[in-house]
Design a protein around this ligand. Structure first.
Ligand SMILES: [Zn+2]
Length: 385
């Protein structure tokens, strides 16, 4: 039913409006994902394409977007972004997912492009005058933040890796569904507050563990991974409940080791050799700065989520999480509750519970960024990271 609705809503044509004129471009849906032929975009948008093996370099407005044919992501400015479908070649023509043009391009080049979903229309605006582009910071009326920030939100697991099945989640639901639900709600809330957000996955697909931190590169301030906890079989299995937030470090307690082992276990779904020993990555971290910042972010997020959570406040924890170690930004992992506890499971499985968790994580992130901006203003710095 939902699928049918989506197909009906997909535009057959999109309109591209520029100061040089307008053009209609047809959308194909032959692989189940809306796509547009790059050659058709070349005319109105002045886009150029060069193919080198399976790699397609698409230049738009002097910006280079790099695609791998058959892979549902693209690279831009040193970071990777997910796509709902993969670029493909048919009849000697490169087809790019409409998602890239309608969603990512307006978000990455907001001063140049705006997408109107109701009219299926992409507007190109004239290049801003040099003075306006000078980048004088203005205060965001919702958050009070003065700088632009990008948050990478990482819904744990996905695709063939269901995460923990738990005992108390609604029928057919596993950890990967909860993390995706919270991740999307978190994205919506952060975007509403004027922050830029990149999701490592927006659908039920598996992104291997080693690739997730690659989403957090040049244009990324924070990395937030979302997970659901579980207790192993035993006397305490159904009793233990509540929320805890991790930052990367050596595990100090048995419980911390258990959670890190559980989340790192997704490594078995990664291609052989792509992981690399965790110790190596940990040694290589600029530990001091990231540790301190990550610990503070963890503290603020934990405080906000614990305040709305039906379970216990299990506090800030540390563990050797592969997914956090490689991000090279302040990064945390939120274990949003126990799928082995009745009350936690019901909360996590409900839309209202997921929404409350997402809003609380957003509150913690904004509190951290406000503090961070005050700190760099105090030291005379002024550069967004
Ligand atoms: Zn997990």
């Amino acid at each position: 039913m939902v699928l049918l609705l989506l197909v009906v809503l997909l535009p057959q044509q999109i309109l591209i409006a520029t100061s040089r004129g307008q053009a209609s471009v047809s959308v194909t849906n032959e692989t189940g994902t809306a796509a547009v032929a790059a050659v058709l975009l070349a005319h109105p948008l002045g886009l150029t394409v060069s193919l080198d093996g399976a790699t397609a370099r698409v230049t738009l407005n002097d910006r280079v977007f790099e695609f791998d044919v058959g892979s549902p992501f693209f690279r831009y400015d040193g970071a990777a972004y997910p796509l709902v479908g993969a670029p493909y070649i048919a009849r000697d023509t490169l087809f790019l997912p409409l998602h890239w043009l309608a969603d990512h391009v307006p978000r990455l080049l907001p001063s140049r492009y705006r997408w109107n979903p109701l009219l299926a229309r992409l507007d190109e605006r004239p290049a801003p005058a040099a003075a306006a582009a000078a980048g004088v910071p203005t205060t965001n009326p919702i958050t009070g933040l003065r700088l632009a920030h990008t948050i990478v939100v990482d819904p744990g697991h996905g695709g063939i890796d269901p995460g923990n099945p738990g005992l108390t989640l609604p029928r057919g639901v596993t950890e990967k569904d909860i993390t995706l639900g919270i991740g999307k709600l978190l994205r919506a809330e952060l975007v509403r507050r004027g922050l830029n957000v990149v999701l490592t996955r927006a659908t039920d697909t598996l992104i291997d563990l080693a690739s997730r931190p690659l989403f957090c590169r040049a244009d990324c301030d924070l990395f937030v991974s979302i997970h659901v906890n579980a207790m192993p079989a035993g006397r305490r299995q159904t009793q233990v409940n509540g929320v805890e937030t991790y930052f990367v470090s050596d595990a100090k307690t048995e419980d911390q080791k258990r959670v890190a082992q559980m989340e790192n276990d997704a490594l078995r779904f990664s291609p052989a050799g792509s992981g690399g020993p965790l110790g190596f990555i940990l040694n290589d971290l600029q530990l001091n700065e990231y540790l301190r910042e990550s610990a503070r972010l963890a503290e603020l997020v934990q405080g906000k989520v614990a305040a709305i959570h039906p379970g216990e406040d299990r506090g800030v924890q540390q563990g050797p999480f592969l997914v956090l170690a490689a991000a090279r930004r302040p990064s945390i992992l939120v274990e949003t509750g126990f799928a082995t506890n009745q009350k936690d499971g019901a909360f996590l499985g409900s839309t209202e519970g997921q929404r409350k968790i997402a809003l609380a994580i957003a509150d913690g992130i904004v509190a951290y960024l406000l503090e961070f901006e005050r700190k760099i203003a105090g030291t005379g710095g002024g550069q967004a990271r």
